[in-house]
Design a binder for this molecule. Structure first.
Ligand SMILES: Cc1cc2nc3c(=O)[nH]c(=O)nc-3n(C[C@H](O)[C@H](O)[C@H](O)COP(=O)(O)OP(=O)(O)OC[C@H]3O[C@@H](n4cnc5c(N)ncnc54)[C@H](O)[C@@H]3O)c2cc1C
Length: 171
């Protein structure tokens, strides 16, 4: 009986994530903030400042045993020219996604829906002499993308970022 159970476990087919990307870096800043980097799908085109849906599979449903994608919006902190995609993430206590996502490590897979959207992009910004970016916490992510975008400095003479966070370590 014990032997059979062991065989079942070792030959179980791993769940294949839809739209899977591989985690390449993880850095924890505090117990409520971390950053991670994932591979970029070859076909993904996005504009600096956009966001995508990121996620993991849910725990199996207690009745049906089925798992479904658990997705949340995440701003891409990398600029459009980057080879990989960086994200900043909150760790919400009992948060459906981040209570699991905070445990990812290099080599793991996450779901990344390759449909970037958002209006915090150059096409939508009114021409002006200077631009102000006001952010708190992980809200810095789309600005981190735009700050590394050369077009930002072509279009604005002055780029000013103000950022505040819960504690010093998050800076
Ligand atoms: C357009 C958009 C872009 C986003 N970009 C990011 C991002 O780059 N990084 C990120 O960590 N989150 C981002 N979020 C929030 C993200 O979608 C999730 O809410 C977050 O990952 C928590 O997921 P959860 O399932 O653990 O908890 P949820 O059930 O989604 O959230 C639980 C509660 O936690 C709080 N909360 C959620 N996210 C944050 C946050 N980032 N900072 C402070 N409090 C929060 C809210 O009070 C929320 O009601 C974004 C949301 C939107 C709409």
């Amino acid at each position: 009986m014990t032997e059979q159970s062991t065989v079942t476990l070792t030959t179980a087919t791993p769940v294949t994530l839809p739209d899977a990307q591989t985690v390449t870096e993880v850095e924890h800043y505090t117990d409520s903030l971390f950053r991670f980097r994932v591979t970029r799908p070859a076909s993904l085109r996005f504009r600096s400042g956009e966001f995508v849906m990121i996620g993991l599979m849910s725990d199996p449903d207690p009745v049906t045993g089925k798992q479904k994608p658990l997705l949340r919006a995440y701003s891409i902190a990398s600029p459009a020219w980057d080879d990989t995609l960086q994200f900043y993430s909150i760790k919400v206590k009992d948060g459906p996604l981040t209570s699991k996502l905070q445990h990812i490590k290099p080599g793991d897979q996450v779901i990344l829906r390759p449909k970037p959207v958002g209006t915090l992009v150059h096409d939508a910004l009114t021409p002006a002499k200077r631009i102000w970016f006001f952010s708190t916490g992980t809200g810095i992510a789309p600005f981190a993308s735009l700050l590394r975008e050369p077009e930002t400095y072509e279009r604005f003479e002055q780029v000013i970022l103000t950022h505040s966070c819960r504690d010093l370590a998050e800076l």
